[in-house]
Design a protein around this ligand. Structure first.
Ligand code: PEP
Ligand code: MG
Length: 755
């Protein structure tokens, strides 16, 4: 064998990789090439499955092709298995005679006695074995071994890349996946509470383009059938769009718009038709054209365009299923727990409109707004970094207890019974209504105001039924995040007016657009920021885009006519910024007045207190602002330098860190002394272990998601102001986290909080 020549061929191998659409093609081309260059009668590649400790013949030149996929060897079994087990080349002149030789009938390798096996590895990871065979009169020499080892090491590299890129790590879709045997329970983190017991489904497996490309369709389809499928798909998409609109009027941007646009794109359909006319099977033609479109979208710098790549895949799968007259398979997600690696807000809306019962998000990629949106959609969601969950076979029963962040895989009867009894004890909305008191007071009768946080208009149902005292935070960014373009002033007005009308006479607090950071407007945030949490976001964004800001402010002022209207600015970091934002409101009022447009001309103007910079200036701010709303979610993030969306540092995100407690105390003092209204609207407001502390430092108003209204009211009622003050005093005296934790545990045991 010519070592030099084989080395040159390595660049060809790489070339093969780039031009191979599947691992099968790559391996077949590789064995052809190596067999030819080494003048071996047989060249075969076995790939290794470490979980099963098994090698499978994946490609061969020279043996019976039917053996591919069928011939399997355990690690150490046969000469091939031995080569991998011991990670060394095995060279035999008469392989049949070696006691380790394993005979497989029907593959016809007995004809070739000269045998050379070299392991394919990447570092210490075993990947497979590369084998050459010849007639016994042409046995292999030392240089042959060296040359083949060089090829094998290159193959290791290439196969690893291919496995990564082509996703062929997994067996073909038809074969049920082997579930990691010990996977019975996974502890995750709650993103949106709720329960679900339903079959699992890993997202994008059945709906992936690679599944479509490699599936055997068994028959051909006519152009007429294609056009019928297009028409059926169009109708379905329009219906889905209508459903979303009726369910979520504020979020109902055209989330299926990209699908419909591509479907109607003559170029897309034209290419599919041309492929079919050229003899390609219709489903494969659809998948190929879609892949091509997708690749263009995926290379875009814009996250919005990259997000659209998903829509193309989704569309192609719908279209193919309609072509196969498997329209009902489009509904495959209904009543399932979806396991997925990443999710856009629009995906979550789609899943919700398709009747998904719960979502498990594996790995990072979750934005705080995905969790907030899931809560508003009443979609239980758990986040975990256990990647084994992605291997759970479809249909496996999963029990999701999002409240505890628990995921049970195929739970036994005992687990189920415990779950059902907890479920029976859960309060329905009507139970909550019965328990909810018209006013919220502490145990000693002090009146506390209980407001709610609204993200989507759907949240209003619970909020109004439970008669909360008003809206303490309306996150206006949701309609902006979900849409695919800035909503117009008129669109915003319609949404805002619904909010105002839902709670006549009660305070309604609009927070102006808090975009950026992890709240990406995918149609706007084209420029990738190194550190978006500290980037061009929130009030900075609004002040830099004054036209957009003024449009929003006008819509709020108009919608707030006749209401107890409050407008607050997020992420304020300086008094100057507050002034500048306030000026935009004043100018907008002047404009509306000059144009004779009905509006609220006396809104209260406040700010989120969520940046450490505010703390030292808090008295100055308290004199400027009509009210403060303390955003503990961001305040903790920035005070402790802990990314609120990063699972791996979640242990450092401590609301009871002494610095956080003292800062909160300082903010409340400033508000009280300067007669500035104050509420707390971050998650700490509903985390009832902190209720006594917050009451104790003098927080008069809590604003929580509607689902937490009752529990917050009950936690307030469980403690008297004098007790709360004592608890707060003690907590503030501690300088160590562990001491505060001990105090909280003590309180928990005494039952002053239910956490
Ligand atoms: C906060 O930061 O605490 C807050 C309420 O705002 P958001 O969670 O929307 O950033
Ligand atoms: Mg915030």
């Amino acid at each position: 064998m010519d070592n030099e020549r084989l080395l040159c061929d390595i660049s060809e191998l790489n070339h093969l990789f780039r031009n191979s659409a599947s691992i099968e093609t790559l391996l077949n081309k590789a064995v052809e090439m190596v067999a030819e260059r080494t003048q071996a009668a047989v060249c075969s590649i076995y790939l290794y499955n470490p979980e099963k400790q098994e090698l499978t013949l994946r490609a061969t030149k020279g043996l019976n092709p039917d053996a591919v996929g069928r011939v399997r060897l355990k690690l150490g079994q046969g000469l091939t298995g031995l080569a991998l087990k011991e990670m060394r080349a095995i060279c035999e002149t008469d392989a049949n005679r070696n006691p380790n030789y394993k005979f497989f009938p029907g593959i016809f390798e007995e004809r070739y006695n000269a045998f050379l096996a070299v392991p394919i590895a990447r570092g210490v990871s075993k990947m497979g074995v590369l084998i050459l065979q010849r007639n016994s009169d042409q046995c292999f020499s030392e240089p042959d071994i060296k040359a083949l080892e060089t090829v094998a090491s290159q193959l290791g590299n290439i196969i690893e890349n291919a496995q990564f890129i082509m996703g062929i790590h997994e067996p073909p879709p038809e074969t049920p996946k082997s579930m990691p045997t010990e996977l019975k329970f996974v502890k995750g983190k709650m993103a949106a509470e709720g329960f679900a017991y339903a079959p699992a489904m890993v997202l994008n497996k059945h709906r992936s383009l690679s599944y479509l490309l490699h599936h055997d369709y068994g028959r051909t389809y006519t152009l007429e059938e294609l056009h019928n499928a297009v028409a059926a798909t169009e109708t379905q998409l329009e219906q889905l769009q209508e459903q979303v609109e009726s369910k979520l009027s504020d979020a109902a941007s055209l989330i299926f718009a990209a699908h419909l646009m591509i479907l109607k794109d003559q170029d897309f359909l034209g290419r599919v038709v041309r492929q079919i006319e050229a003899g390609i099977s219709a489903p494969v033609a659809i998948a190929e054209v879609a892949t091509n479109y997708m690749q263009n979208f995926l290379t875009s710098d814009s996250p919005y365009m990259r997000e659209k790549a998903n829509d193309i895949e989704d569309l192609a799968v719908r279209l193919v299923n309609n072509l196969l007259s498997k329209g009902d398979e489009i509904d495959v997600y209904r009543d399932h727990v979806i396991i997925t690696r990443g999710l856009f807000p629009s995906d979550l809306l789609k899943l919700s409109s398709e009747g998904v019962r719960a979502v498990v998000l594996v790995g990072g990629g979750v934005t705080s707004h995905i969790s907030i949106l899931a809560r508003s959609l009443a979609m239980p969601m758990v986040i975990t970094d256990n990647f084994d969950l992605l291997k759970v076979p479809d249909g496996t029963p999963l029990l999701i207890d999002a409240e505890m962040g628990n995921i049970f895989v195929d739970p036994d009867d005992h687990v189920l019974e415990t779950f059902w009894s907890r479920q029976r004890a859960r309060l329905t909305l009507s139970d909550q209504k019965k328990l909810m008191k018209p006013v919220t007071t502490t145990a000693d009768g002090s009146r506390i105001q209980l407001l709610c946080n609204i993200n989507l208009l759907t949240d209003l149902k619970v909020a109004t039924e439970l008669h909360c005292d008003g809206i303490g935070l309306y996150r206006t960014e949701f309609p902006f995040i979900i849409r695919n373009t800035f909503p117009s002033e008129a669109e915003q007005y319609v949404i805002y007016r619904k909010l105002v009308e839902s709670m006549p006479g009660k305070p309604i607090t609009f927070r102006t657009l808090d975009a950026g950071g992890d709240k990406i407007l995918s149609y706007y945030h084209d420029i990738k920021e190194q550190n978006p949490a500290m980037g061009m976001r929130s009030i900075r964004f609004s002040l830099q885009n004054k036209a957009i800001f003024a449009e929003q402010v006008r819509a709020i002022l108009r919608a707030g006519a006749g209401a107890d209207l409050r407008i607050m600015f997020p992420m304020i970091s300086s008094v100057d910024e507050f002034h500048e934002a306030r000026e935009v409101v004043r100018e907008s009022m002047a404009w509306l007045a000059a144009h004779g447009v009905e509006h609220n001309d006396q809104p209260k103007l406040g700010m989120m207190v969520e940046l450490p910079a505010v703390v030292d200036l808090v008295d100055d701010f308290a004199r400027e602002a009509d009210f403060f709303s303390v955003g503990t979610n961001d305040l903790i993030q920035f005070l402790l330098a802990v990314d609120r969306t990063n699972e791996s540092v979640a242990g450092f995100y401590l609301p009871h860190h002494p610095a956080v407690l003292r800062v909160l105390n300082r903010i409340v003092r400033a508000a009280v002394e300067n007669d500035c209204d104050l509420s707390i609207c971050g998650d700490m407001a509903h985390q009832t272990q902190y209720t006594p502390f917050l009451l104790g430092i003098g927080v008069p108003t809590f604003s929580v998601d509607p689902v937490y209204l009752l529990r917050t009211q009950q936690a307030v009622a469980a403690v008297s102001l004098s007790e709360a003050r004592e608890i707060a005093r003690e907590m503030l005296s501690k300088s160590r986290i562990s001491d505060v934790t001990a105090l909280l545990n003590q309180e928990k045991e005494r039952g002053t909080s239910d956490a």
